[in-house]
Each structure stands twice: as structure tokens, then as C-alpha cells.
Design a protein around this ligand. Structure first.
Ligand code: P53
Length: 488
């Protein structure tokens, strides 16, 4: 067993997927509040005019807003020393462009962080986990407008000043590379808050993968996020030099499907674009050369990368690199190869791996491999796995128990893989599992895709009383945290 003393063990959630209370205490609408649910075969849809008869899962989510004390007490019972959560931008600046912050929103997170402190749990705060205020989408077309950089920096520094003695670990944008992953405008909307005006004003329900997309705008907006993220790193260190400020990348590990050199090259290029590009900018402080080839091939005008912005990006490199890891996929030039159906992260099917009911291929060895290649790529940067988990249908027994051995198996194998990676010399500082408590799925909007150690009585038809109960995995993860990863 090689987990160092002080290793961070905990879980991760996002405000929009757990808080609910979507208009309470002055909160404004944010992107997820406009989305209906789907399932593994049905994409989520955007419904512009709030329809009272439709079911928007984020509006109540799991009502963490009113259950936070109870939930954090359960986390503490598991022996956590870290809790990753996001601040919902729209609670602090309801329209994104407000002059002054909303005190009630700020007060809510004071209470949450105080509760963490009471239990000796260190908060790890994501400043933007898809929660771009809806007004920023409709009025500015998201991050494609440079004025939104200042809005984000103002929001982030407001939080950093307010919580400077309560929060040490910060992440700027969740899965900043989602813009490079989605089909159609899905990544644009979630990650960048971009939406074509025609789609914004539509009366029809639009499946997320059918939203219009304009790659030139996508890359300009992503660039603006790099600038915003770098400015927040620089400003954050002025607010408190002890802050550890990181990035966050959705890492779907990619392998060539065959030894055909064309597959090797295709996998290499796709890996660079999807997994490495954003991290390279945020860790190395400059655009990698392979992206200029990409931009040229795709007719992207790169004049938005100005000398001044380059300086900002160089100065604002992150302190630690964090990523989500759920699965791996294969890449091939063979168009007839069988595909997985893992929304946002589709690829060729790997004949050696099993998949979840949502088509996400289970690959713990891929985590050891990924940690090693990341360390090799960024040798001086500490790494943290801030999402990893298994979405599954759970069955509640008559006595209320949930025997989720499949989830325990998934975690055990991935924790062993991290152990091996540390043994390999990887500077891994912590691990937060995704969805330690059941919550709304980002990809499908379902409650039925459950990730938790804690079961929440809430269902896709809107029924349930939000009560919490412990699954078998709860007791198992408690052992893991309390033994610093020795007792698996
Ligand atoms: P859900 C796709 C691929 C990898 C990570 O996802 C992803 C996605 C988006 O679906 O997102 C992260 O809920 C994200 C979380 C999300 C989690 O993965 O679709 O940061 O917000 O809930 C799991 O099963």
C-alpha cells in the first residue's frame, strides 16, 4: 500500500446536479435549469420557454440546498478529509453581469464550508461546473464575448476573497475540454455557454446533440476561458498565496483499436485534441504546436490568440492538474468498427473491456496508464483524480438496503490502479469519487443513473421524498478512507 500520509479521500458533486432550490434566495437561472432529462438512447433536450408541465431535473435535484448539513455529516462518517463541490455562479451573480453579488447566495456557501470545517473536511471548490448564468447565454452568447472574461473573474475573486480562510483548493472550469468532446453544440452550451440565437429563440424542444455549432466561435470562446482561468489563478494567488488553484480535464483515455499505423496516428491525434490540448495550455502556459496544425486544417482563424493574452496565459499556469476518469475508448480509421454509446465520449468498442449499462467501458488499468502518461507529460505538477465512479441502476431491497457490489468492485479496482501508479512514482495527492450521493446525471439528466454510496429516494417521474440511506458501498468506502487505502 503506497498512499502517502495526508492523502485526500472524499467525493465530488456539482451544484447544478445536487442543490435544487433553483430560484431560491435570489438565484438566477443557469444553463442546466433549461434542460429536460433523457436516457441512454435519448439525448437531453433544451426547452427554452420554461414549461410548467415539463420536468426539469435540476430544479429540485436532490435538494442538497436544504440537506447539506445531513449530507456532510454522512460524508464525515465515511472518514473523508476532502469534499469537492461547485459554487453555483447564478447564486452569487444571478444574471452574471450584476454590479454587486447576492448576499444570500454567499451566505449559503459560508454555511456549507462551516459545516465542512466542523467535520475537518477540506472543501475543494469548482468555480464553474456548467453553471453559466442563463442571461450570459442569451445576452452575450457565453464566453464568445470577451466581456464575460471580466464577469467570471469578478465572480471568482468575489468568492476567493469571501472564503479565503475557509477554502484552500480551487478549480477554475470543470472539464474545460468538453468543448472538444461533444457532438453538435452540446459542449458549446455546457462548457462555454454558447448557443445560436436561432436555437435560443426556438419554440421547439431541441436535442442537445442537434444544437447548431460554429467551430470558429467555439475556439474563440475556449480561448477566452483559458484567459479567464489564467487571470483567476494570478488574482487568486494575490488574495491568498497559499491557495492551490487547479484545472480540470475530462480524460477519456484513448487507445488505437489495432496496430495499423493509421489507427496509431488517429488515436494520437484524437488524444492530443480531446485530452491534451487544454491541459497543455493550462500547465505549460502556451498553445501546443499540434493545435496550429489542427486550426489550419479546420480553417480556424487564430488571430484571437493575441500577444497580450499569451502573456496572461503564461503567467497564470495552474498549481495542480485534476481530471475525471471513467472509461477508455478505442480509435480507428475503420468506419465499420463497432461503437460504444457513451454520450459525449463515444468511440470504437474495445473487445477486452466490459461496459456499464450506459456504454462506458470499465478500465482500471487505463487509470494507472493515464496517471503515468500525465506525470510524464507534466513532471512537476501534482495530480488529483477528482471524478471517478460507476453509474448503475440500483435495486432497493425490502429492508431498504442496496447491495451494490458492482460499484464496490469498480472502485476497488480503480483504487488499486492508483496505488500502483503511486508505486510507479506518480505524485497523486487525492481522490474524490463522483457522485458519493445519488444525484442528477449530467449526460442524461436521469436520477436512475445512480453513482452514490448514499441512496436518495428521488426518481425520474418526480416522485420520492429525498430521504437518504446507506448502500453497501458506503460501509466499504468508509473502510477505505479510514485505512488510507489499505483496506480494500
Ligand atoms: P454522467 C462525459 C464524459 C466524461 C465525463 O457523467 C463527463 C461527461 C458528461 O456526461 O462529465 C462528468 O452524469 C461531469 C459530471 C458528470 C459526470 O462526469 O453523464 O463532470 O458533471 O455528472 C458523470 O453520468
Amino acid at each position: 500500500m503506497s498512499f502517502p500520509k495526508g492523502f485526500l479521500w472524499g467525493g465530488a458533486v456539482a451544484a447544478n446536479q445536487c442543490e435544487g432550490a433553483y430560484l431560491e434566495d435570489g438565484k438566477g437561472l443557469s444553463v442546466p435549469d433549461m434542460l429536460l432529462g433523457g436516457d441512454v438512447n435519448t439525448p437531453r433536450t433544451f426547452l427554452p420557454k420554461t414549461d410548467k408541465t415539463a420536468f426539469y431535473p435540476s430544479h429540485e435535484a436532490i435538494d442538497f440546498y436544504h440537506h447539506y448539513a445531513e449530507d456532510i455529516a454522512l460524508f464525515a462518517e465515511m472518514g473523508w478529509n476532502v469534499f469537492r463541490l461547485s459554487i453555483n455562479w447564478g447564486r452569487i451573480f444571478p444574471n452574471g453581469d450584476d454590479e454587486t453579488p447576492n448576499e444570500e447566495g454567499l451566505a449559503f456557501y459560508d454555511k456549507v464550508f462551516d459545516e465542512c470545517k466542523k467535520h475537518n473536511i477540506e472543501p475543494l471548490v469548482t468555480l464553474c461546473h456548467y453553471e453559466i448564468p442563463w442571461n450570459i447565454v442569451t445576452k452575450y452568447n457565453g464566453f464568445s464575448d470577451r466581456r464575460v472574461i471580466d464577469m467570471f473573474v469578478k465572480y471568482a475573486t468575489t468568492c476567493m476573497k469571501r472564503y479565503k480562510d475557509k477554502v484552500k483548493y480551487w478549480l477554475t472550469f470543470n472539464e474545460i475540454n468538453i468543448a472538444c468532446m461533444g457532438e453538435g453544440g452540446l459542449g458549446d452550451l455546457y462548457g462555454l455557454g454558447i448557443m445560436d440565437p436561432e436555437d435560443v429563440n426556438s419554440d421547439e424542444r431541441i436535442p442537445l446533440n442537434k444544437l447548431k455549432s460554429n467551430p470558429q466561435k467555439t475556439f474563440e470562446a475556449l480561448h477566452n476561458q483559458f484567459v479567464a482561468s489564467a487571470l483567476v489563478v494570478t488574482e487568486g494567488h494575490k488574495i491568498n498565496p497559499d491557495f492551490m488553484i487547479g484545472n480540470m480535464i475530462a480524460h477519456t483515455t484513448l487507445y488505437p483499436l489495432t496496430p495499423n499505423p493509421k489507427d496509431i496516428l488517429a488515436a494520437f491525434n484524437e488524444d492530443n485534441f480531446k485530452n491534451n490540448f487544454c491541459g497543455d495550455v493550462q500547465v505549460r502556459g502556451e498553445y501546443p504546436t499540434y493545435m496550429f496544425r489542427y486550426f489550419k486544417d479546420h480553417g480556424i482563424d487564430t488571430s484571437f490568440i493575441t500577444e497580450e493574452d499569451k502573456k496572461i496565459i503564461k503567467e497564470g499556469v495552474i498549481d495542480f492538474y485534476t481530471f475525471s476518469y471513467y472509461m477508455s475508448n478505442c480509435v480507428t480509421v475503420d468506419e465499420n468498427a463497432e461503437k460504444t454509446n457513451g454520450n459525449l465520449a463515444t468511440g470504437a468498442k474495445n473487445p477486452y473491456l466490459k461496459a456499464s449499462d450506459w456504454g462506458w467501458q470499465i478500465d482500471p488499468d487505463g487509470l494507472r496508464y493515464t496517471l503515468n502518461i500525465l506525470h510524464d507529460r507534466y513532471p512537476h505538477t501534482p495530480l488529483m483524480v477528482v471524478e471517478n465512479g460507476f453509474g448503475a441502476f440500483d435495486k432497493v431491497e425490502e429492508d431498504g438496503s442496496v447491495h451494490d457490489t458492482y460499484r464496490i468492485d469498480y472502485f476497488r479496482d480503480h483504487i488499486k490502479a492508483m496505488d500502483e501508479a503511486i508505486e510507479d512514482g506518480v505524485p497523486l495527492i487525492g481522490y474524490t469519487t463522483w457522485g458519493p450521493i445519488d444525484l442528477v446525471s449530467a449526460g442524461t439528466g436521469q436520477y436512475a443513473k445512480r453513482y452514490g454510496f448514499i441512496y436518495v429516494d428521488r426518481h425520474d417521474d418526480g416522485t420520492g421524498d429525498f430521504s437518504r440511506s446507506k448502500k453497501d458501498s458506503f460501509y466499504w468506502y468508509k473502510k477505505v478512507c479510514e485505512s488510507n487505502g489499505a483496506d480494500l
